[in-house]
Write a protein of this length. Structure first.
Length: 326
């Protein structure tokens, strides 16, 4: 007769052995999954129709997904030195072609004859009485560009004949005469008057590229530059002899230089002052940004006080590292 206690003991031993086998199987599976390349090893188990030698050869010849992505990234980094300048040059060339085409195809807008007439008076008669409601920098640049061609003004060549125009400060008569009434090449006059704005628009695009590059890296800089170069507003206003886009570009340059002055205050603050001065010399609406510029300069000056720099040095903070980030 079988002893009941003996049967219970044997069943308990069998249960413990089965539990031990299951635990070891789970540990082995977890270790296998945690090993690098475990997925490839799982896929490379020999099947009845696939020999072990074939599995080994396929593992040696076919790279994993992580290896493929690593190779692609290394290739991009290898070609980064010439790829980034190439993309920048292509975007710059595209913008120059678009601006030049727009400048050649667009007729004169309502304000351009006034600016062109004032520019001719600035250069020919050295008089700033025309179009005095706006500062003269944009019109001076257009006048310098127009000085490379012979623009006939007829009776307005003599300053005595335009006293009535000078008294009321209306340059439209001079501008229309230069464009349409004296046999001048209208397209050439318009293109030369618009040329300084085109050049400034391209340069401001490089400011956008550099500013975004400083903030978001190379990809962010190229993305921002691409948006700028294909923007219809930029192409439209950047191909006119007006002061709207130049003043906006110089204000952006001012903010970018102030942002860079966190680490090197002296050179960048001076350059920011020059950029803001150019904005003020183009349009008086730049005065509305003065509180923002003053606040940024005050914050930068407070962050670079000698006492704060000394305390930062005692705390082990390097001088070149900014104390705060915008």
């Amino acid at each position: 007769m079988i002893n009941i206690d003996e049967d219970a003991r044997r069943n308990y031993q069998r249960y413990r052995m089965a539990q031990h086998v299951v635990c070891n199987w789970r540990l082995a599976g977890a270790y296998h999954m945690s090993r690098p390349g475990s997925e490839s090893e799982k896929e490379s188990v020999p099947t009845p129709g696939r020999s072990a030698e074939t599995v080994v050869e396929s593992e040696e010849t076919s790279p994993t997904a992580s290896d493929t992505s690593t190779v692609k990234i290394s290739r991009l980094r290898k070609h980064q030195r010439w790829l980034l300048p190439l993309l920048t040059a292509l975007l710059t060339g595209q913008m120059m072609v678009a601006l030049s085409t727009a400048a050649n195809q667009q007729s004169a807008t309502y304000d351009e004859p006034a600016y062109i007439g004032a520019a001719m008076m600035y250069v020919k008669h050295h008089s700033l009485q025309m179009n005095y409601e706006h500062p003269p920098l944009t019109k001076l640049l257009s006048g310098v560009s127009l000085s490379f061609t012979d623009v006939h003004l007829g009776s307005y060549e003599n300053p005595e004949n335009i006293k009535d125009q000078l008294e009321i400060g209306a340059p439209y008569g001079v501008g229309y005469r230069a464009l349409y009434e004296e046999g001048n090449n209208t397209e050439r006059v318009l293109l030369l008057a618009r040329l300084p704005t085109i050049v400034l628009t391209v340069l401001f695009g490089l400011v956008v590229l550099t500013f975004a590059w400083d903030l978001f890296g190379a990809a962010g800089g190229l993305f921002a530059f691409g948006l700028y170069s294909f923007s219809p507003d930029v192409i439209a206003h950047g191909s006119l002899a007006t002061n709207d886009l130049p003043v906006a570009g110089f204000l952006l340059t001012t903010v970018w230089l102030l942002w860079r002055s966190r680490t090197k205050p002296i050179p960048y603050l001076v350059l920011a002052g020059l950029a803001y001065g150019c904005a003020l010399a183009m349009k008086l609406t730049a005065l509305s940004v003065f509180p923002v510029v003053f606040f940024l300069v005050a914050v930068i000056g407070w962050q670079n006080m000698p006492g704060r720099l000394a305390r930062a040095a005692l705390r082990g903070r390097p001088r070149s590292q900014p104390h705060w980030r915008w």
